[in-house]
Write a protein that binds this ligand. Sequence first.
Ligand code: GLY
Length: 370
Amino acid sequence: MKSTHDVCIVGGGVIGCAIAFFAARKGFRPLVIERNELGSQSTQAGAGMLGAQVEMEKPDALYRLGIASRDMYKDLQAELKEISGIDIELQTAGILRLAVSEDDRNQLLARQKWQTEEGQRAIWLEDEELRKEAGDLFGSTYGALYLPDDHQVRNQALLQALVASATKLGAKFVQHTEMTGIILQGDTVKGITTPHGQIAVDAVILAAGAWTGILSRHCGVELPVFPVKGQAIMAESRSPVTPFTVFTHGTYMLPKLTGHIYIGATMERCGFDKTPSLEGAARLLSRAAEIMPPLGKLGVHSHLVGLRPGSEDGYPFFGELPGIKGLYTATGHLRNGVLLAPITGAILADLLSEKVSGIDLAPFSVNRLL
Ligand code: GLY
């Protein structure tokens, strides 16, 4: 049971790979084990939207965490490019959140007010200004909130850049290997077991998204994380439709540099079922064509499905699990895994090295829902 690694991260999605990168940057030698292939679960299905302002409903701890993580992306892009040569395809045109009713308009104007008070840019566009800025692309609208600092990346490029950079800094990634148990000495982690043998490490981080609750049972803890299915359609377009991400209640569209347009996403609580349904596709496509009629003419490229890791209060979990020293988790990111990946990596790297984080982790503590 020898290992040249000091921390084992269980789960090779964007969260596990971001933790590996930030930990390697601090001088750790992380080992990431992934049951399937790296990024093969919700990372491959996600939109890559860095929607701190568009997604969060109030000025709370999660909103501020989202803003801080989003604002790490420009430096992260440069650093990953320098280390790995891979560009994460950060697109900075911003997000247009369309109002599609009078009620929606009032809610978005209220959002503009609190976000401006929080020091963020949130610009109200009346219909005429919206069409002047973005073209005559939309169905019926009641104005729009323009969020120029909410950006997007391409998830696959981000994952590749994190893995390649972390590898250069000493991390190792092993696929098709699952954790089957934890090895303890007293109340302290000493390693994990896998079907291929034991791995000795000083710290273990459970970062397996929606499957983290199942993994935590190996460790005698029932972490309340559950799957929230998201279906999305990737459409293809011969010429660019718009540089903006367009978001409205229940549906959003992201133009990708590859020429594809991502149309997401359903929110379904149906256990670990990953079936792509006709009903899900129909709902997304009809809504997208209603909001942006030119999308109705595009071809369908693929139907994506992922299981997001949900928690009852919508907040992620960061930190040590109760009763076992050296056993950590980072999960429950729900719709915000890509947005929160950099700050999650930084927090877990801080917890590994200094045992504390510069961020108040009380709202995200593992104990709050146990
Ligand atoms: N980030 C949006 C979603 O998961 O649908």
